[in-house]
Design a protein. Structure first.
Length: 101
């Protein structure tokens, strides 16, 4: 019988996998020419990573939240997940109500 991994084990292996992928991408980014990086940034800036459509930026409690104009995915930049996680429950509920249809 196979034992289910503990939550800490799952977290450890997820973090390990992320770090491996992050290092691989970092190495790939180092090989890109500056002009190519600028071109990619121009093409993808404020575009949904899922469907490619425009993102609409909303400032909520000093947190910039990007919502896709097409698939309605919600995206956060670096550091914003931590900021959202620190919001009180009623404030977080109000944030979600902004995005309800």
């Amino acid at each position: 019988m196979i034992d289910k991994p503990s939550e800490q084990e799952e977290e450890y292996f997820a973090r390990l996998e992320y770090e491996k992928k992050k290092e691989k991408e970092h190495e790939r980014h180092l090989t890109l020419a500056k002009g190519e990086k600028e071109k990619l940034k121009e093409i993808h800036f404020m575009r949904c990573p899922k469907c490619g459509m425009e993102l609409i930026e909303i400032d909520y409690h000093h947190i910039k939240i990007d919502k896709c104009s097409e698939c309605e995915g919600v995206w956060l930049d670096a550091g914003e997940v931590e900021a959202v996680s620190k919001l009180e429950k009623n404030t977080l509920d109000k944030l979600f109500s902004v995005f309800r249809r």
